[in-house]
Every structure is written in structure tokens, then in C-alpha cells.
Design a binder for this molecule. Structure first.
Ligand SMILES: C[S@@+](CC[C@H](N)C(=O)[O-])C[C@H]1O[C@@H](n2cnc3c(N)ncnc32)[C@H](O)[C@@H]1O
Length: 357
């Protein structure tokens, strides 16, 4: 890439989507192994510092924050999953695999894609090429047990890029769990139950996981058992969060802590549509109506396009709607293995707030 007067601006890979060029170097040098190994060694050195020894599932490379736009690598106990945001980054993959094999000796390396939903034309064009590919080894025959601060979670390497554990919330779980000792926790949009399991390990008397997906709840129950927790302390409810919250309000059931971690968009079996942008205040208000006095509300948004200021505003609107006052006791973002660059602060996509009532 050259600027006016022939000045070298950098070296990158041309992309056909809404990003024209993914810039990897700012000095015009080649995108060879010597450069790539340097970039990957630096990313790995950061994880050696910030990831605790009893944590075996984490993000090894986080896109542009680690100098590799469009490339993410997750490490799940000796299984590496490379996730590309764009086919344009494909020329880097062989070098990444050479580095993984040389430096980390993975049992398997899988390549998959997560294209931006706005790039619909390209998604349609790419078709089968987007199916996951095994570049080293074979798909593990069963779920892989990873540890997070000593707690066991089972991840499914061969399925969707979301293997079943959102490692970016690890530090939030570690902060939250010990406060749950002796308390009743309601974990909505629970997915594979990570917050429920962490709370139960932290001593929660009971955790209730709510999700629309029966399969995810089965996995939540498996995670409970994998940690030697008495399954009677965990209840899985396959239902819509709003319906469950409304039912608890009518029956007068309350919880000492409620976790809200909804997706950006979803549709229930009854055809109701949840849209994070529109429905956050309604969700917060519904949760507050079943939160016990001195209870904690933990609310998570992973929507990068929602600014922290606007997100906080939506939550505060929910408090007003419910006629309750809250005190913010935590404001956090993703963990340190999901860094954001000083030149790209928008990369701080995760917003986590915790309020006491
Ligand atoms: C972002 S994930 C939640 C991640 C989870 N909190 C964790 O820490 O692993 C969103 C989950 O919400 C579930 N979901 C979507 N719409 C729902 C609804 N209306 N009611 C209950 N669960 C829903 C999905 O099935 C999915 O498992």
C-alpha cells in the first residue's frame, strides 16, 4: 500500500467487503513466517502473563488488538480453533498453523468462519467453503473439558464457533461467584449454564437456568455434574425469559441475584421477537420485580455498536420503569485475553454492569 508520493503506508490483504484492506504491517515488509511468528509470540506472551495456570480455555489471539485483523484463535485445552472474520485473511492460516504446531503442539486445529451479518452477499457466495475444516488432527469424539479458575466446563469443538463457553466473561464469573454463597440465583439466557455453575461452586444454595434451547440446558446440567455439584441444587427451565420472569412475579417467587445476558436478537417459539436495542428497559424492569431486597442484578451486553453510555441509559430506564433505585457496584468489560487496542477503542465491545437494590 502506497500513499501520495509513493510513501509506503503498510502491507495488507485486500478485502471485498466493507473493509477494503486489512492492514497487517505498517512498514511494507512481507507477510512471511518471520513476521507472523513475531506477532503470534507476542500474543502468546500476553496470555502467559494474564491467564491463570488453572485456566485452560482462553483466547490466544484477538484480531486487530493482537496485530491480526480478522483472525481470532481460541485455545481449548490443546485444541485450537481459528475463527476468520473474512476469507481475505485465509492466506495467513498456513503460517498460523505452522506456529501453532511448533510452539503449542495442539491435538487439533480447526478453521471456521464467522462473517459479519452485514456481509450477506459474501456469506451466500462463500457457501460450502465456510464449513469447518480440520487442519490438524480430527474432531474430538466427545466434548472437551476445559478449566476456568479451576471450574470445569465442557466445550464442543466440532459445532458452532460458539463452543459453549464465553471466555470473555471469565473474570466477571470469578468476581460474582463467591458473593452467591447461600443465595438463590436466577440465570436467564443461560446457554450452557456457566454463571449457574460458577455460582453453585461459589456456594449458591440454588441456581435456576432459563434458556429457550433444550440442548444448551442439557449441557448446563452436564457442566453441573462435571463439577461434582448435587444436581438438586440446579433447575433448568426451557422457556422464554420474559414468560418465566412474569410467572415468578405472579407467584411471588424472588431471587437474591439475577443474571441477564441476552443475545442481540431472538425469536421465541410463540413468534415473540426480542431485540436488545428496544427491549433492555423492559427486561431489566421485569427482572427487578422478582429481585429480593439487597439483591444483585448482573446485566451483560456484547453488542459492540451499543455505546457504554447508551447501554447504561437503557438499564437505568429499566430501574425507573420498575420504580426501584439501584447502586452500581461493578462496571466491567471483557477479560485481558480479549484486549482492545489504544488505536481501536471500539474493540471494547463487552459491557457488564452489576447493581445492588
Ligand atoms: C449470549 S447467549 C448467553 C450466554 C450465557 N449467559 C453464558 O454466559 O454462557 C444467549 C442465550 O440466550 C438464549 N435465548 C435467546 N432468546 C431467549 C429467550 N427469549 N428466553 C430465554 N433464552 C433465550 C439462547 O438460546 C442462548 O443460549
Amino acid at each position: 500500500m502506497h500513499g501520495a508520493g509513493g510513501k509506503v503506508l503498510g502491507r495488507g490483504l485486500a478485502d471485498a467487503g466493507f473493509v477494503a484492506v486489512r492492514v497487517y504491517r505498517h512498514d511494507g515488509g512481507p507477510l512471511d513466517d518471520a513476521w507472523l511468528f513475531g506477532v503470534l509470540d507476542r500474543a502468546a506472551a500476553l496470555r502467559d502473563v494474564v491467564v491463570a495456570p488453572d485456566t485452560t480455555g482462553y483466547r490466544l489471539v484477538h484480531g486487530e488488538a493482537d496485530g491480526l485483523p480478522g483472525v481470532r484463535i481460541d485455545w481449548w485445552d490443546h485444541h485450537a480453533v481459528i475463527v476468520l472474520d473474512t476469507e481475505a485473511a485465509r492466506p495467513l492460516v498456513d503460517g498460523v498453523v505452522r506456529w501453532l504446531v511448533e510452539r503449542r503442539a495442539p491435538r487439533s486445529v480447526r478453521l471456521c468462519y464467522r462473517l459479519d451479518p452485514r456481509d450477506e452477499a459474501r456469506r451466500a457466495q462463500a457457501g460450502d467453503a465456510l464449513d469447518p475444516t480440520w487442519l490438524v488432527g480430527h474432531p474430538p469424539r466427545s466434548d472437551v473439558a476445559v478449566r476456568e479458575n479451576g471450574i470445569v466446563y465442557q466445550v464442543r469443538i466440532g459445532g458452532a464457533p460458539d463452543v459453549g463457553l464465553y471466555a470473555d466473561l471469565r473474570d466477571v464469573r470469578r468476581w460474582f461467584a463467591p458473593m452467591m454463597a447461600g443465595r438463590r440465583v436466577l440465570n436467564t439466557f443461560a446457554f450452557t449454564g456457566a454463571f449457574s455453575v460458577a455460582s453453585l461452586v461459589g456456594g449458591a444454595a440454588e441456581a435456576v437456568s432459563v434458556d429457550l434451547s433444550e440442548e444448551s440446558l442439557d449441557r448446563a446440567e452436564a457442566n453441573v455434574v462435571a463439577n461434582g455439584i448435587d444436581p438438586v441444587r440446579h433447575t433448568a427451565l426451557c422457556d422464554d425469559t420474559f414468560r418465566v420472569l412474569d410467572r415468578f412475579r405472579r407467584t411471588g417467587e424472588t431471587f437474591d441475584a439475577i443474571v441477564l445476558d441476552p443475545p442481540a436478537f431472538s425469536r421465541t417459539n410463540d413468534g415473540d421477537v426480542w431485540s436488545a436495542k428496544r427491549d433492555w428497559p423492559r427486561l431489566v424492569a421485569a427482572a427487578l420485580r422478582v429481585l429480593a431486597p439487597a439483591g444483585l442484578l448482573l446485566a451483560v451486553s456484547n453488542q459492540g455498536e451499543l455505546s457504554p453510555r447508551n447501554y447504561r441509559g437503557l438499564v437505568e430506564e429499566g430501574f425507573r420503569k420498575a420504580g426501584r433505585e439501584g447502586r452500581e457496584i461493578l462496571w466491567a468489560t471483557q477479560g485481558p485475553d480479549f484486549p482492545s487496542s489504544t488505536t481501536f477503542p471500539e474493540g471494547r465491545y463487552l459491557k457488564v454492569g452489576c447493581w445492588s437494590v
